[in-house]
Design a protein. Structure first.
Lengths: 462, 178
């Protein structure tokens, strides 16, 4: 049987050229990681992001990928007039197409000055700048105005005249030479998004703050999504106008989520609660001039694949609920799930936890049946003849069963415990309650150190 | 075929009657032929109510439960012993924000059942409070149980069930619909 070889696709490069040098090209590149990990950036006066998309063409058609990139850039706050997208079979050709605003088929019609774009697309070979300038001037002097004219030169004499640079140029023009070598983009370790406000648009209140925070959260989430991550720990900083020549923070609000978050709405609601409190607690002394959101911790985004076909999205819903409850309640103390622990003392035989419901262990230890209600601490019982007295009530003892001796924790300071438990069937004997049906108490008698018998306690009710 | 107005009126009457009798979708109740509607407010009375409640949870094994109390009185090992996996339960133990926590749990639409002691219902504005809960419970399809020692004379509670002894049959004292 023949083994099929993976199909090798022809390279396809997308170039996003930004017209403003102030664009956060690193941030856009991180967000583009969702499409392909094969990307690089050009920084400086004319920033750009290059995506090598041949490996993701089984997921996107070139047109749909371009449409998605446009949507991403729009969400990033960029207008169509702020950038240009071009695609070609190599990185230098894509850059040339983007710079000149032409399609790949029109490359030969580009002016000779575009040689620079073909030979140094990432602006990383400053030492070749002089050679390229001489080449352009010479070609111009020879009467060559378009790139296509270069191919009309006799190759042997042109190569001996211009050297290796001419051979590279010819390769790029033919489109079949050695692939241009570029360094893959590595996202920055710091994950900070910032908005500096215009001096005429300073902010004093909570609502406009939340408005700006929302766009910061959106950007941070998109960057995290590009890396296949969710947000766990976030810090939001509000910076006020400088006083006494130093930067002043109005507040630094930090939220650590129990479960990784990927929903902007949930994150915003959590911040709204905290910021509402901060704004009501103290007044702003100077107007807000900048906002900064830093992701201090990220976590792998498991739900990216596992919830792909999950219709009810219960896992995401559970995370949202916990985040919302966490705004007012103490997580793991007031909001919790339970796991059993192999400890004999009944009060300590379980512990509070908070994790994904599917990760909660539901172990059952082979123990005699326990009561559903437990008194913690155990309540003292008084026994008189065939009656128990609990608080102001009297119960007639009907029968005993399920006798069990529990002891342990001798290493503790209090010398541990030794208890003999009984399941006791009782019937209310107080006049007002007579006629009520019987119930089962879980009662223990304590054995004190030295063999002395301690009191009787009611520990639970079945 | 021409239908006379009298026949139509009669048919409408019959259809209306059937629509009123038709039980709402709900949970089958152990030891009873009746069903508990989803989104109902149910008061549980009697010494066997807790054991019965966990029999109900065990019967509907795919459900999720929110348990809201000021101080947790449940003994978790006993829950596991009753055949209800602890992974299905979320506990909210709070005094100050109990109503808010219950409301959040209902709003999340994650839980099929929610349980809380009846003392959560305020003495003043009982009907308004219960009506709000009723709307939230209906929207989320969560059946809300109030654990009670004595009969609460609240109009807003749609079902009242008494289980007098351990392992006993449920006695429906009140049943508004379903």
């Amino acid at each position: 049987m023949k083994k099929s070889r993976p199909e090798t696709r022809a390279p396809l490069y997308f170039c996003i050229l930004f017209f403003s040098p102030e664009v956060d090209v690193g941030g856009v590149a991180e967000a583009c990681l969702r499409f392909t990990p094969d990307l690089t950036v050009r920084r400086g006066e004319r920033p750009a992001v290059f995506l090598e998309a041949s490996r993701c063409l089984s997921l996107y058609r070139p047109d749909s990928l371009e449409a998605r990139i446009r949507v991403l850039l729009r969400e990033w706050g960029l207008e169509e007039s702020d950038y240009r997208i071009a695609r070609a079979s190599s990185l230098p050709r894509a850059w040339l197409c983007a710079v000149e605003g032409i399609s790949e088929a029109m490359i030969e019609e580009a002016p000779v000055s575009a040689i620079r774009a073909l030979l140094d697309p990432l602006a990383s070979y400053a030492e070749e700048e002089r050679k390229i300038r001489i080449l352009i001037e010479t070609l111009f002097a020879l009467g060559i105005r378009r790139l296509g004219g270069i191919r009309k030169l006799p190759p042997d004499s042109a190569t001996s005249r211009f050297g290796e640079i001419y051979a590279r140029l010819l390769d790029e023009l033919r489109g079949g030479g050695e692939e241009f070598i570029w360094e893959r983009f590595r996202p920055s370790e710091k994950f900070i998004e910032r908005i500096d406000l215009d001096p005429d648009a300073v902010v004093w209140d909570l609502e406009p703050t939340l408005f700006h925070l929302k766009s910061l959260i959106d950007r941070t989430l998109r960057r995290a999504f590009g890396r296949g991550k969710s947000l766990v720990d976030l810090e939001f900083r509000i910076e006020c106008e400088r006083r006494r020549n130093r930067r002043e923070f109005f507040t630094c609000t930090r939220i650590r989520f129990t479960f990784p978050q990927s929903e902007a709405g949930v994150i915003l609601r959590s911040f709204r609660e905290k910021l509402g409190y901060e704004f009501s607690r103290k007044e702003l002394e100077a107007p807000i001039v900048a906002f900064e959101l830093e992701a201090l911790e990220l976590s792998p985004r498991h739900s990216l694949q596992s919830d792909f076909v999950d219709s009810d999205q219960s896992r995401e819903g559970f995370r949202e609920l916990i985040s919302e409850l966490g705004a007012k309640l103490d997580l793991e103390k007031e909001v919790f799930q339970v796991e059993l622990a192999p400890i004999w003392r009944p009060e300590r035989s379980w512990r509070k936890i908070l994790k994904e419901p599917s990760e909660v262990r539901s172990t059952v230890f082979p123990l005699p049946e326990r009561p559903l209600t437990l008194f913690s601490p155990p309540e003292p019982l008084r026994r008189l003849g065939r009656y128990f007295f609990h608080q102001d009530r009297r119960y007639a003892i009907e029968s005993f069963s399920q006798i069990e001796r529990l002891s342990g924790e001798w290493w503790e300071n209090d010398g541990g415990f030794t208890r003999t438990y009984y399941r006791v069937r009782v019937r209310p004997a107080t006049e007002s309650e007579e006629g009520e049906s019987h119930r089962d108490f879980w009662v223990f008698r304590e054995l004190l150190p030295g063999g002395k018998t301690g009191g009787i306690f009611l520990h639970g009710v079945y | 075929m021409k239908t006379s107005p009298e026949t139509l009126a009669e048919l409408r009457k019959k259809v209306g009657a059937i629509a009123r009798w038709a039980p709402l979708p709900g949970w089958a109740v152990p030891e009873s032929e009746l069903a508990l509607p989803r989104g109902a407010l149910v008061e549980l009375l009697g010494v066997g109510s807790l054991e019965w409640l966990f029999r109900l949870f065990r019967t509907h094994s795919e459900t999720r439960i929110a348990w809201i109390e000021s101080k947790l009185s449940l003994f978790p090992p006993a829950i596991a012993q009753r055949g209800v996996p602890l992974s299905r339960m979320l506990f909210l133990e709070t005094v100050r924000e109990r109503n808010w926590a219950l409301s959040q749990a209902l709003r999340s639409k994650l839980f099929h059942f929610a349980v809380t002691p009846v003392d959560l219902i305020p003495v003043r504005g009982t009907d308004v409070f219960l009506r709000k809960l009723q709307i939230q419970a209906e929207r989320s399809g969560t059946t809300l149980f109030f654990l009670s020692d004595t009969n609460t004379p609240s109009f807003g509670i749609s079902h009242r069930i008494r289980i007098d002894r351990e392992g006993g049959r449920p006695e429906f004292l009140k049943r508004k619909r379903g």
